[in-house]
Design a protein around this ligand. Structure first.
Ligand SMILES: C[S@@+](CC[C@H](N)C(=O)[O-])C[C@H]1O[C@@H](n2cnc3c(N)ncnc32)[C@H](O)[C@@H]1O
Length: 196
């Protein structure tokens, strides 16, 4: 069932909730997958993007680790010239496509490792909650630096998870948003790389 995203009620998503049927489908011992939730990092990016469309309008946006697609959908709604979403999980790709359709926005969605390969053809990269373990955080930071050096702006949304290299980042905006599994909002930030 479609329901509004808590941090961005302008966006409707297929999400996990007590009556979604996902637990019955997966079995009680399997945690519903990442794409079934909005994470704090994606929430803060989506909120920031929707509140500041002037920073998005006309830009070519690439969302790496799209999950439900919340960030990519926010970028499309805010007036990006094009939006591409990438996720390594095939079901995240499927749900991002469904969610884009439900919100009547056009997003190109790819199933692949978004932290590998050539410099993307984009002028803004978003990474919502992609720093959730050490190994992934190292790869995400390295790819972000490569893209930044090539002239692409990179926005990282994160609630300050342990693997976030905060000392190498600068806060662009701070917003109070819910995290996955939380009912009350707490602080999360949009970061950019702290290098010239
Ligand atoms: C914690 S979820 C965040 C989803 C969404 N951005 C949000 O904030 O709600 C991280 C997502 O990144 C995806 N992911 C992890 N490593 C990836 C990689 N190397 N390339 C593309 N996607 C990746 C996962 O499959 C998952 O959907």
């Amino acid at each position: 069932m479609l329901s509004p995203a808590k941090a961005a009620p302008e966006i409707f998503l297929y999400q996990h909730h007590p009556r979604s049927g996902l637990t019955a489908f997966l079995g009680r011992d399997i945690m519903p997958p990442y794409w079934a939730y909005c994470w704090a990092g994606g929430n803060v990016l989506a909120r920031y993007i929707l509140d500041h469309p002037e920073n998005i309008e006309g830009r070519h946006v690439l969302d790496i680790g799209a999950g439900s697609g919340i960030v990519a959908i926010a970028a499309a709604k805010a007036g990006a010239a094009s939006v591409t979403a990438i996720d390594i999980a095939i079901h995240a790709v499927a749900v991002t496509k469904l969610n884009a359709e439900a919100n009547a926005v056009k997003i190109e969605v790819h199933h692949r490792d978004g932290l590998r390969g050539t410099i993307p053809n984009a002028d803004l990269i978003t990474m919502g909650d992609l720093f959730y373990n050490e190994a992934l955080a190292r790869r995400a930071l390295s790819f972000a630096k490569t893209c930044h050096t090539a002239g692409i702006e990179v926005w990282i949304g994160d609630p300050g998870r342990r693997s976030l290299p905060a000392e190498q980042l600068r806060i662009l905006a701070e917003v109070s948003v819910p995290d996955f599994g939380q009912s009350t909002p707490s602080s999360a930030a949009v970061y950019v790389l702290n290098v010239p």
